[in-house]
Design a protein. Sequence first.
Length: 294
Amino acid sequence: MGDVLAGIHSSWEFDTDSMLIRFERGIRTPKLFHVLGERRVPYGALSAVEVAPGSKRGTVELFATPRDGADPLIEAAGGQLRAATNPYRLVLPEDRRQEAEEAAARVRAELRPDAAEPADRFLVAAPAAPLSFKAYDGKVAFDGKAVSFRWFWTGATSAKWKAGDQAFQVSELGGVDWRSPEGSGGCLRLVRRGPDGLPETETAPPPADQDPAAVVFALGYGLVHESLPLAASVLEAIQEAEPEFGGVPEPAREQRADPADIAERIRHLGELHTAGLLTDDEFTAKKRELLSQL
């Protein structure tokens, strides 16, 4: 094992070809760090490392910058993480600046000649499936092979109830659009793969609350430490399923529905039908579809 630089909320352990970032599980530690636990980061996944004055008086901060495309968590976050939840930030007391400078110099010496260029594949592992979380309008689950959305009758719109619960195999997907719940318009939207194998691009996708390939975040729903790890895990699985990375997509496992849940969904469909939001034919077809899941 290599040298260890212990800071606030995390520590960095330096080996010959990588560093191991271990996160504490204290009360004041960001919950995202609790979920991540520890991360092995090859030096080849980094583009830069620097030391800067800390955001709090009496501290100094050591920052590592991952290469574009090297870390699925950072790719999914898309620059939306707050500084306090940046997993590549190590906070130290000011009197340990010399240690931070020495650690930065050590890592810089190990950076690859192409460190400034994007990585052609992920080099840092995403949180492992199975993962799940509750959004405002449904529950999202990822078992490593498929992403499933199960709508909540209290939050899902009639458009999503008409579409029914959704399951997307990794081989169908081209990407994930994660919008932080800490900003406006928080949601997780799955991007389909087009016939050409590339992610589909829509100039004006439907609102997340109307899109059966998206879930909506709200206060207490889709929290960063729950939704972002799942988004990163899906991104990693999408890349592994691509032919150029040797992956072989597997079919999603069928899951039998809970009879009580089916009964509740049929009841809600009846309410939509009574309110005139579903036609007779739509109600009959959807009811038949739900019953076939038993």
